[in-house]
Ligand binder design. Sequence first.
Ligand SMILES: C[S@@+](CC[C@H](N)C(=O)[O-])C[C@H]1O[C@@H](n2cnc3c(N)ncnc32)[C@H](O)[C@@H]1O
Length: 378
Amino acid sequence: MHGLFRYPAKYLPQIARALLEVSARPGDLVLDPFMGSATTLVEAADLDIRSVGLDLNPLAVLVARAKAARVSPAALIEAGSQAIVRARSGGDPALPEFRNRDYWFPKTSLVPLTRLRQALVSESDSDLRVVLLTVFLSNVKACSNASTYHYKLTRSRVPDPVTGPGVFELFEKRVRKAAARFHSDGGSASFFPGRRASAQAVFGDARALPFSDGTFDAVVTHPPYSISFDFVRSFKLYLWWLDAEGDTVALDRAMVGNQRRLVGKPPLSGLPNIDDRVVEIFGKSARDGLAVAHFFADMDRCFTECRRVLKPGGKLAFYVGDSQARWVLLSAPGNLAALAERAGFKLLARVPREVPSKASSSIRQIHVEEALVFDRTG
Ligand SMILES: C[S@@+](CC[C@H](N)C(=O)[O-])C[C@H]1O[C@@H](n2cnc3c(N)ncnc32)[C@H](O)[C@@H]1O
């Protein structure tokens, strides 16, 4: 079920599971404020832990809702086939309008994709609809001129998109593959095998959590890394098909760890270990210095919010890598720990993990990642 969508910067399910096991018990309610493709939620459900995930990226929310959907494999295959029948018989559709549309999609794939999408949004069962739309989006890159090899949005040197009826055939194949991920359970089925703990995915900003004080037993998360992955640019191809193109500007501003940041002076944290690095990086590149400073300032707000929504004695557990900017190591695990302690947490454990060199090349210069666990003080 983790493989339903190739979401970048996922963490290993085993890491999510280990963090959950040390910070929560069956029946508890856990929050992941940087949910991504819901790795934490899927593992929590399997451990009988209730969970809520939050993300600013509409794609993440869709993928997570698909993983939390309750649908039977047979119903999914049937709904997919019906959608193809409707799409095949559709007339000339009004093509979606987005920037550089014809650069990214040949007309021969644009038309069947548009028809298929129209057929899917008219699916009346909301659980089936989110799963089918997720499968549809997982095919979009293969039907475009973009390279399917890279997470980043780049044009393929030799574009060879799936076109015409091939778009429907690919969709049908992937629906069957998605259906096979379901675990049958007495007639109904779910991506969450066996256990029935609820998982809910919501759209929102980790820096201003839409939850009341003292709601959660634990926060388990995998925050973005500073200057490592440009989520918004990489997701444009999908956001267009989600009708969320207008969101990309707002997303660009609100994404923690984003490179394309504001102007002005970098906000300082008051912690010399962070501020000295910010000043050094800012001296080499104002853009990168601002990005790093805003990353720490945003995480500072996030920790304050996490403490607010945690019950007294609740746990905070997160996993983060140590990225670099302009050859300056950010010491992110240690510096984030210092921010968390200032926000009202007590450090219980730090566990480093060496990233295999093959994996680290894809997330730029990250050689060590760490799991950190804290108690909420007071
Ligand atoms: C490292 S990824 C998490 C991946 C996730 N652990 C998984 O396995 O799929 C970080 C996530 O934080 C999200 N994000 C960035 N800024 C955010 C913000 N201000 N509020 C909520 N989510 C945000 C990104 O969209 C991205 O999905």
